[in-house]
Design a protein around this ligand. Sequence first.
Ligand code: WTA
Length: 633
Amino acid sequence: MMKSLRIRSFEEYKEKYALSVENPETFWGEIAENFTWKEKWDQVLDWNFDEPKINWFEGAKLNITENVLDRHLEKRGNKLALIWEPNDPKQRFIRYTYRELHELVCQFANVLKKKGVVKGDRVCIYLPMIPELTIAMLACARIGAVHSVIFAGFSANAIADRVNDAQAKLVITADGLNRGAKQIPLKRVVDEALESCPSVKEVIVYDSLAWMPNMVANRDSWWHELVDNESKVCEAEVMDAEDMLFILYTSGSTGNPKGVVHTCGGYMVYTAYTFQNVYQCDESDVYWSSADIGWITGHSYTVYGPLLTGATVLMFEGVPTFPDPGRFWQVIDKHSVNQFLTAPTALRSLMAHGEDHVLSYSLDSLKLLGTVGEPINDEAWKWYHLHVGKEKCAIVDNWWQTETGGIMISGLGNISPMKPTYAGFPLPGVQPVLLNQEGEEIQEADVEGYLCMKFPWPGMLRTTYGDHERCKATYFSQYKGYYFSGDGAKRDKNGMYRIIGRIDDVINVSGHRFGTAEIENAINTNSKVIESAVVGFPHPVKGQSIYAFVVCEKLPEDPIQARGAIVESVVSQIGKIALPEKIQFVTGLPKTRSGKIMRRILRKIAEGDISNLGDTSTLLDPLIVDEIVESAL
Ligand code: WTA
């Protein structure tokens, strides 16, 4: 473990925090000394939030995989890097040591090279939660290719959008995947997507389920055939600290998902440092995050952060409720997991199945619990603490975003004070502020404001792929001189932060982000639809759910069938994960005279709170509100 990086007490945290604010360059420079660089930096930081320009460790050269793998071989060559637990508990699990993982990564890196992939090329990865996903990502990084992982629940259209935006040259996929009792034919989805992706010349298919999918001649090849006889040695490409490491698409309040870009040096330093301090793993510990690698949590805290620090990571293919709602706890006992990270949604869905499923497991090995992705409610927090942690494990609530690259606000292991529903204190190097409507910093305690950052940190996004202006407009233009997170938060008198949730048009369903515009665009592809407006509303398990108000040429005679058609549009444009829970047909939407949809009113209606809809008299058509209220679902 990177012992020298580890903060051991709350006092030490406070000292480190003060240092990181007084002299960020000394602070991060010293942390960066703990890694393997081929050449050191000329300057730790060069930045402004106006362009924005964010350069960390400029002039330094490295390859992140030498830090993830090679560096550990001497001391940890025979230590387990990865434990893979399959969807089906009766199937055998797989374990790889650091040495084995190193060989597998190098071998697949050589395959990619033979396929003509070179530094800077974009490779799209659409795989199940199997070790090959980690291997494929690291193989890209080994040769300097930029990976773009797409969660294996997105539709063909969503894949095509992402592949085309990144102009990916090669796609890595599998025949299919297991998720609980369901199976999904990934290769078929990729084939459909690639009909409209001219940049893709090659597809590598991992044989996961022996399904024998259709293989396209001169384009598709089998993973196992390619790696056969390939060398297990592959020299690491020399990368600049600010070269791209990966793109990950995420939803924002406007337009289609954007490709958040992370770079090699800063992301490495930040994910390792935050992992080490938030999870506080000891050398023999087994750490498990249940998040899918298709999202940022999987990138930073199943792949890079833990492996950079030499931890043993568990990776799970399945879902919490298969074959029964005790599966998480069974896996924890089976592999003696010490640190466990999951999302509030998973906890709430398991709570609904009752305590018996958790009480039949000992969970003795657990030392620390984590939660991430959405605000955790008091009830779920207490259930987690009592039934999973048996009141002996601290809970760290990790607030961060795809754009921040790593955890920003959180408890550190069991050394920080804990307060249910509060994420806690900022990590060293993180300088949050709460701004009011006017953009002034709120100093008082317990006042809600917009959560922003006033200083860069090494893990932050550098740009949005192919469109730097969009990055600037989305994150750096709302309040000049600040990074704008899109979240509302408040701070108590001790300085602990509580995240309230998104204040923009982003809906967080089961910890997954969707933009209202993105879902509306999907609904509007239906030829009968004239326009639509989508809002989030509170859901007891998912946190939020999607409510769609839809205007058709005329009110549908058969609403059930019309709803089915809309569902179909969303499934085909985005995927089942973005399905609206409620679809209400209306004859018009509440709009201002300038044509802006009044989402605030729709949100209230969706929440069932029509007592105070505010002044509707200035609307273009005030009567429409009454109609919508009357037919609300
Ligand atoms: C929300 C996931 C409350 C927040 C790591 C943020 C949270 C968005 C928390 C980012 C938390 C994430 N408490 N809300 N601990 N963690 N969020 O990009 O609204 O998938 O802006 O990154 O999730 O989601 P993303």
